[in-house]
Design a protein around this ligand. Sequence first.
Ligand SMILES: [Zn+2]
Length: 310
Amino acid sequence: MGQQAHTECTLAAAVGFSGLGLHSGAPVTMRLVPAPAGSGIVFRRTDLDNFEIPANGRNVARVSYATSLMRQGVLISTTEHLLSALIGYGVDNVIVEIDNLEVPILDGSALPYVDAFESVGIKRQRRRREYLRILKPVEVTENSKDGVKFIGVYPGKGYGIDYRIDFPAPIGSSRFLGDLQTGAYADLIAPARTFGFREDEATLRNMGLIRGADDTCAIIIGAGQVQNGPLRFADEFVRHKVLDLIGDLALAGRRIQGRVVAERAGHAMHTALVSKLLKDRSAWELAHDFDEEPAAVRSASLGFGAAVPA
Ligand SMILES: [Zn+2]
């Protein structure tokens, strides 16, 4: 394989979604519209005179349970699953027309997006895709009362991801290794749903943080068990963290060429890494060529989706 040049892509036709925002409970209708090469991903609030918010690191807003964008006081909340689907599937340019402040949660995964992309198809554009190639390590570490959280990005071929999580039962410790460049996102990452603990539900509801939640938009865990199985993957939880990571790193504005290592991280750590990376101009360069691992090395060492002991 070696070095490959790729061109940008958009959707071949518009696709629509409707549902509730997980956090706000707001009913929302959203349409993804093809956009010219070089546009990037741009949200357009159709309820606010088509006010536009580009999906990039400059517009990242407060981040706790979800990642949000804000420009001049106008918010788009819970962008991570949609952005993950776009970057993971390889859609560079799209206008996201949305008539409320939060992206709909749908089934809590990126599968509805990927299904829609497959139904209309992808249109290849003539402009060469630009990658953000990592030149030196950038790391963020946080010592919290429940242990060390870590995320770092390193030079490397492909777009490698190594994610470890450690949660109470039944999730436990788990690790996922993969390379996004293999094109396996649609099968191995997109279907993985978000998850929540029944014991946190009352608190989160009282705080107004899950007004749009029900048992169809997340894996619910209670009394040490999955309450609304079956799981889509035995390790669905860590795969969902990878889904979130890809969506949050999309805010770097370009697909990363390098290797990302995360341990017990979350939206705040993911976006902190994006900010630190973008500020350190010596840590990356923009590149048109994508250095891939040779296919044989990729399947041996990265084995996207391979079960790895934590
Ligand atoms: Zn998520």
